[in-house]
Design a protein around this ligand. Structure first.
Ligand code: ADP
Length: 487
């Protein structure tokens, strides 16, 4: 008897960011790489994205799939389907793009205007994303492609799970992935009426959150399965310390919640081919790394001293990332002979404090305020240590980049940092205190001075595989389990 193979699973990924077109953090890296890895593993994957200018411009020969109007304040909404133009790495799967000029055709960030304040109509902008995700999943917007699963990412797409739950005729299942629980998409309770969801959804077991309306809770309450981006963060967020006020909801759903570590796109992060670097290297021959270090020291105005360990930071400057701890520990680490290369942007007080540290320690502390993808590669390649002292960290990517580049991570033992760094590949500390950071850094600096230990750790770190294929297999297992298919 011949068995007929099951058709590939159809999965729609809905998200607000995609690398390299729109990126504010690790979410974009995931959305730029995971769908492709899933497609490579045999799944039938499509994306749904808001028609932000950079995204709309990048779709080649988009086909009109659906046209509607008068939704969430937009007079005209056109759903287009296309592929991204050649040369845009990491997004080779087909994407539905919501062309809704009233909501998306504007300059500024995906969530904030040029003045740094959230867009006034974020409720409408991301309700539309969720609405379209659910109606695509229900087969109503594109009857030619009906997904088995809606996979919604972060609060921006979370309402997709609520609309799907409310839809009387939908059969698709849903997965909601938390990339960062600290950003929940909170709005005034009175705005609920604008969503067109059943009134019963505005209760504490739905979208209601302490008198507000929470998009994130739509995902938490209404998705069939919940995931986050590391096993440790999956456990942490069920506790008051990390649960951002929704730990009760997450504990209640603990059986549906799992953690799958993010991957790294090694076609983009490979020190033997990286076009951003002045020299290349691999685990067998690290001589090119010394050239990268010298170039980084020059670029950041640091003394070109091979013996001084360069500690790098590539990060959003926010409370989450614990960089105030690094600032407090700075004098002690400079006294140990360390240099600092910092690339980051965000919180104005932290930006100012790092700029002041650079002015106070010329040749020892170099700072670039801003967001610069290419420079991030050079910083990570040229440094000896990559510092990630986060207060909480869902997964973290820069420690993984550092490992592949032989730049040993110096991290706080939380979330995905605890899951990806161990004593054979990096340095860890526990307390969110400058003294704990300084002690781990001193130990790291001592270790780096021993060439054999250093080399052994670099080889371990560089050979760790955190590629997307393994992560994609875990998502596929989850999809199959959700659909009741054989693993
Ligand atoms: P988060 O998503 O919390 O910001 P992650 O470590 O998951 O943290 O992802 C951050 C991503 O953004 C990484 O790809 C990192 O290299 C990049 N990044 C952060 N800050 C900068 C910056 N100032 N310039 C360039 N890339 C940056």
């Amino acid at each position: 008897m011949t068995t007929i193979p099951a058709p590939p699973l159809r999965v729609l990924h809905a998200a607000a960011e995609i690398f390299p077109l729109v990126k504010t953090g690790g979410l974009a890296d995931v959305v730029g790489a995971l769908p492709q890895a899933l497609a490579a593993a045999g799944a039938d994957i499509r994306l749904l994205l808001p028609g932000l200018p950079a995204i709309l411009d990048a779709v080649s020969r988009p086909r009109k799939i659906f046209e509607g109007g008068s939704l969430f304040g937009a007079a005209r909404i056109t759903l287009r389907l296309g592929r991204f133009k050649d040369g845009i790495k990491g997004c080779d799967v087909r994407a539905y793009v919501l062309d809704a000029p009233w909501l998306y055709a504007r300059s500024g960030g995906p969530y904030q205007g040029p003045d740094g304040r959230p867009w006034d109509d974020n409720l409408q902008r991301f309700a539309l994303l969720g609405w379209a995700a659910a109606h695509l999943a229900a087969g109503e917007l594109d009857p030619a492609w009906r997904p088995d699963i809606l996979h919604a990412h972060d609060w921006h797409a979370a309402l997709g799970c609520s609309y799907l739950r409310a839809h009387p005729g939908a059969h698709a299942r849903s997965i909601f992935t938390i990339h960062n629980l600290a950003y929940q998409g909170l709005f005034a309770q009175d705005d609920f009426a604008a969503l067109g969801l059943p009134q019963r959804f505005m209760r504490p077991d739905g979208l209601e959150f302490h008198g507000q309306l929470s998009f994130m809770k739509g995902g938490l309450a209404h998705a069939d399965r919940l995931t986050t981006v590391s096993p440790t963060y999956a456990r942490e967020i069920t506790t008051p310390e990390f649960g951002c006020g929704v730990e009760g909801v997450l504990s209640a759903r603990a059986a549906d919640l799992s953690g799958i570590l993010n991957g790294v796109d090694y076609s983009h992060w490979d020190p033997s081919t990286d076009p951003a670097l002045p020299a290349h290297y691999d685990p067998q021959d690290l001589t090119g790394k010394a050239a990268c270090k010298a170039a980084l020291q020059r670029e950041f105005g640091l003394t070109t001293d091979t013996a001084s360990p360069v500690i790098a930071v590539v990060s959003r400057l926010s409370e989450q990332k614990g960089l105030d701890l690094a600032l407090a520990a700075l004098p002690e680490l400079l006294a140990e002979g360390a240099q600092f290369a910092i690339l980051g942007s965000g919180d104005a007080a932290l930006e100012r404090a790092f700029a002041e540290a650079a002015a106070a320690h010329p040749g020892r502390v170099g700072v670039r305020i801003g967001y610069d993808e290419t420079l991030a590669h050079r910083v990570i390649a040229g440094a000896d240590l990559i510092l990630v002292p986060s207060r909480f960290e869902p997964c973290g990517l820069t420690q993984l980049y550092g490992m592949r580049y032989g730049t040993l991570p110096l991290v706080r033992r939380v979330g995905g940092l605890a899951d990806t760094v161990d004593r054979s590949t990096g340095f860890l500390f526990d307390a969110a205190e400058p003294a704990a950071l300084a002690e781990a850094a001193r130990h790291a600096i001592l270790t780096l001075r021993d060439p054999l230990r250093r080399r052994a750790m670099q080889q371990q770190a560089m050979s760790r595989d955190h590629g997307w294929p393994a992560a994609a297999q875990q998502y596929l297992s989850l999809y199959r389990a959700l659909m009741g298919r054989q693993p």
